[in-house]
Structures are given as C-alpha cells and as structure tokens.
Write a protein that binds this ligand. Structure first.
Ligand SMILES: [Zn+2]
Length: 255
C-alpha cells in the first residue's frame, strides 16, 4: 500500500495538496484554496475526489469547497470549533478524533492560534502531517485569532511528532522566513546552510516544501525558543518558552 502525495502551487503563494491511497483509490484534497486549481490537479493525476480535509476557515483554504463538493459529492471534514465558518462541512472533528481514509488512519491534532479552531491532520503510518497555516518551513503562521501562548502550545505539539514526519504547509513563505530566521540565530550553522539551499531552490523556481520535523527543530527559530543563544540575543534568558516565542513572532510581524 502507498499514499501518493501531489503538491501544487496555487493562488499567489498557496499550496494545494492531494493525497491518494493507491490501493483503495481514495483521494483527499488538503484544503481547497481554489476549485480550478484542485480540479486541474485531479485531472492531471486521474484521481476522483472523495474528501476535502479543511485545516481552518480562511478563504484561501476553503474557497473551492462548495464547487468541488457539488461536482464530486466529496465529503468535507473540518474543525468542530469553527464549523460555522467552513463552507459545506459534513463532518466535524476535534482533538484526539481519528478517521479512516482508505487504508490509513488520520488523526486530528488541534493547533489553534492562527485561528481559534485550526486543526492539523496527522497520518502516523505514512509519516506525514498537514499543518495548514500553523507551522511553515522556517516560520509559523500569524497569530490572528488566538493568543501567543496558545500558538506556542500548538507548535510544541507539532515539534513533538517523530523527527522523520514530513510536513506539508499552506504557503511558500520560506525565503522570507529564512532571511528573518538569520536575524534571530545567525550562529546556527544548520540554519545558515539551509538558508543558502532555500535561496537556490527559489532561484530555480522550485518549492521548498515539504519539510520535516527534525529539520524544523534544528533551524526554525519559532521552535528553538529553548536555545541559549536566542534567549541571550532577545534578553529573555529566564522567560517561559511561550514568551520567547511571542518575542520572535512580534519581531517577525515588524520585520
Ligand atoms: Zn490562514
């Protein structure tokens, strides 16, 4: 059995992602930024849409929901905590819920902060998580609806996933994130090397995603709030982790 994953750019800087259980012929779209892009990706792969898995209510993640549902009869699964804002939602899920997608079990992890109901879809047997706008390569989502402490708790949950977990995110923001990350931890050799790699990938027009949990834990300043060098630079040697996170997030907002 295999889970095939097809990532494609859409809108200005979003990613669409289709996942396909090759054994059972079941296909899900992770979010639906735009019906045309998802439809074209399905046609390219020759897959029929069975589900849309919605991470959060923002329009650039849900605009395609109703059109795709009308065309395919797909089932839309999304966060209970913001179900009223998810167009066409059929099944509401929350922390600890699990459901079958073909041969795979999908686990729901609540990761609020960017929005209050944001969820992550985690498939342990495929070593993959779809994190929407919570975690980005070398960055994280803006804390729009929740609190800084809430967002930090969500990121810490993701950081605790197995290191080899592949991470698919909602946006290609990595180049700007890399440049910012270097202002927070310029002495991190892993970060310096990765930033160079990201510059080269983007120059060649290639995506920098998916990433992996172990790579993010080694290089992403938003996950590295226990680093003594970062704490010293920010003058927060003894602050709780979430406060260090909040300072890094605030600096990024103002960068
Ligand atoms: Zn969003």
């Amino acid at each position: 059995m295999a889970l095939e994953i097809h990532q494609f750019p859409c809108l200005s800087d979003n990613f669409g992602v289709l996942i396909h259980d090759t054994e059972r012929g079941v296909t899900a779209s992770i979010d639906a930024p735009n019906a045309d892009s998802v439809r074209a990706a399905l046609a390219e792969k020759g897959w029929k849409l069975s589900y849309i898995l919605t991470t959060h209510h923002h329009a650039d993640h849900t605009d395609g929901n109703l059109a795709l549902k009308a065309e395919t009869g797909c089932v839309i699964i999304g966060p209970k905590a913001e179900a009223a804002k998810i167009p066409g939602i059929d099944t509401q899920v929350s922390e600890g819920d699990a459901f079958r997608l073909g041969s795979y079990q999908v686990q729901v992890i609540e990761t609020p902060g960017h929005t209050n109901g944001h969820i992550t879809f985690y498939i342990p047997t495929a070593n993959v998580a779809f994190v929407g706008d919570t975690l980005f390569a070398l960055g994280c989502g803006r804390v729009i609806e929740g609190t800084m402490e809430m967002m930090w708790t969500s990121l810490a949950k993701l950081a605790a996933l197995p290191g080899n977990t592949a991470i698919y995110c909602g946006h290609e923001y990595t180049l700007a994130n890399a440049r910012f990350a270097l202002t927070i931890e310029p002495e991190n050799a892993n970060l310096v090397a990765r930033a160079a790699e990201v510059e080269a990938l983007r120059k060649a027009g290639k995506p920098t995603l998916p990433t992996r949990i172990d790579i993010e834990c080694a290089t992403n300043p938003f996950l590295r709030v226990t680093s003594a060098a970062i704490r010293k630079r920010l003058g927060l040697e003894t602050a709780p982790d979430w406060q260090v996170f909040a300072e890094v997030r605030t600096r990024k907002n103002n960068a």
